[in-house]
Design a protein around this ligand. Sequence first.
Ligand SMILES: Nc1ncnc2c1ncn2[C@@H]1O[C@H](COP(=O)(O)OS(=O)(=O)O)[C@@H](OP(=O)(O)O)[C@H]1O
Length: 229
Amino acid sequence: MSPPAQPGVPGGRGSKVPPARKLLCMCSLSLCLTYLCYSLMGGTGPGALRSPAALSGTAAPRSPAALPGTAVPGAPRSPAALPGTAAPAAPRSPGSPPGSSGAPGPSAAPTRASNSSREGAAGAWLRTPLAPGEVITAQSGAFERDPQESSTTDEELSRAGSPGSRGGGGSTTPDYGEKRLPQALIIGVKKGGTRALLEAIRAHPDVRAVGTEPHFFDRNYEKGLEWYR
Ligand SMILES: Nc1ncnc2c1ncn2[C@@H]1O[C@H](COP(=O)(O)OS(=O)(=O)O)[C@@H](OP(=O)(O)O)[C@H]1O
């Protein structure tokens, strides 16, 4: 007859506790592994969306519940989807038929060139380190850059395109089409939500807007209207 085992003493009844702990550890480990796999699978999704293959429009169709920021290029897009957040879509190139991208209608046709250039700028934004790639929430893209730190330079403006659309006279550039003065201005105090308003308006496919605040009237006025266009 064996002596009564003391809890915690090796070889006694207490020795049955370690297997239970082992089981607990294994369960925790398997949970961790499951979570890790899940995270990895989820992590490759947005990355794949921005891969060249995805940009060519070969990505799978997007479910309606998908966030606008994770829009799949080439997939059916709801009107509510924010174009600024979607990667450049091949069907929206100037040479493609107007209806292929779910464009509103014939009235939008003349603005295809400007839209493609705007989306080119959006694509450049997507490729920046701060782009929505990391956390591509709806337009988090728009809010990831701190507007307060956006001191606009000539280079940024030329990269983002002209601020205007269909207003005033303008010149033509090979990269961005016709450069015109803006038809609308958003003026507001700091932290007044101007950025949110801009992104909401920018969602319209016929709206072309600068990526950064031009600060024409308060910082760059002396550069003249030619710079402003
Ligand atoms: N609809 C609505 N309701 C409440 N708050 C809103 C809304 N839209 C934007 N915001 C908040 O406005 C802040 C950004 O404003 P701005 O874009 O004008 O900022 S900035 O001056 O250009 O930096 C920013 O606040 P902070 O996050 O505290 O910086 C936004 O969260």
